[in-house]
Ligand binder design. Sequence first.
Ligand SMILES: Cc1ncc(COP(=O)(O)O)c(C=O)c1O
Length: 400
Amino acid sequence: MPFLSDTLARVKPSPTIAVTTKAQELKAAGRDIIALGAGEPDFDTPDHIKAAGIRAIEEGKTRYTAVDGIPELKQAICAKFKRDNGLDYAPDQVSVSSGGKQVLFNALMATLNEGDEVVIPAPYWVSYPDMVLLAGGVPVCVEAKLDTNFKLTPAQLEAAITPKTKWLIFNSPSNPTGAGYSRAELTALTDVLMRHPHVWVMTDDMYEHLAFDGFEFCTPAEVEPRLYARTLTVNGVSKAYAMTGWRIGYAAGPKELITAMRKIQSQSTSNPCSISQYAAVEALNGSHDFIARNNEVFVRRRNLVVEMLNAIDGVTCPVPEGAFYVYPDISGCIGKTAKGGTKIETDEDFCTALLEEHGVAVVFGAAFGLSPNFRISYATSDAALKEACTRIQAFCAALT
Ligand SMILES: Cc1ncc(COP(=O)(O)O)c(C=O)c1O
């Protein structure tokens, strides 16, 4: 009898974490490495949010809480959905977990039966397909390519839906491309969903506040109110509030689904960290002024990176609407040979040779389900980005 489970064999470790680990190893060995793999802001958590966490400790708010969130946080989340998205949710329609990742995991575990299909536009956040597999479902990945700026078309969605489809996972602005769907583009997709009443939508709005150049963020239940009863709207404080380590994510949706998700959480982790929950109340209710300031920095960095990448022969990089990623297409580099002798047959070959020869760590596109590309996370200093892009330019210029 094998010791490890069959379930474990279905999934792979996170490739983004693997790239970050490799970069750290090379750094520890004395190499000059610029790591652009990690998906987190380089900003510190704002002081007023930190202070709320410290206050919670000092006031002894350090015990178990209700499994899926303290009432104060659920209230703050309901107010947020009303304020930002025009959505009405009651506290018993809200679930709080240890990060957006656990929210998504709970929802899939609570709803998928063996063979249930989940439509996932590719490129996707690396965890979606593996979480679906862990929950016994079947990921149905649909490639949204450069020609549509990495956005799923209504015809593609229509073609992917079968009687077994349970969910569409939707993510805008997107990790890894930064692409954001306009209201018209999203409406075209929700129109398709209206023709298939058995399909639910899990919308991952984690990058809602990281939207640039006047891009208007919108979310499925707001765009199509008739989808409200089959939408799980997922969000969190990790990215926009620079709180990745605090581990707070949340979702709102139909009460029965939220109750089912609570049951999963009650038998796995119980409540998310009590201190982080109080800090998240301050994040949602307090001043949001820092977001506009941070976004100015992100836009400057995005423009720098896009410009330097598009100056390379064989590389095409659209300008993303949000998040802090770019996802250049490297079709023109495939089939060439790097200076060190590596034949570049895949985007993984490209990224491995780039790391080895020039010390720049980026994540290869195959990890996100669309090749040949790579992802840069530009949530790091302008100086590091400039140096990294200069090295990428040198690496590409030397390809023969
Ligand atoms: C699209 C997307 N969803 C969810 C998450 C998970 O967020 P959290 O750190 O809150 O678990 C991430 C983090 O990288 C993400 O990029």
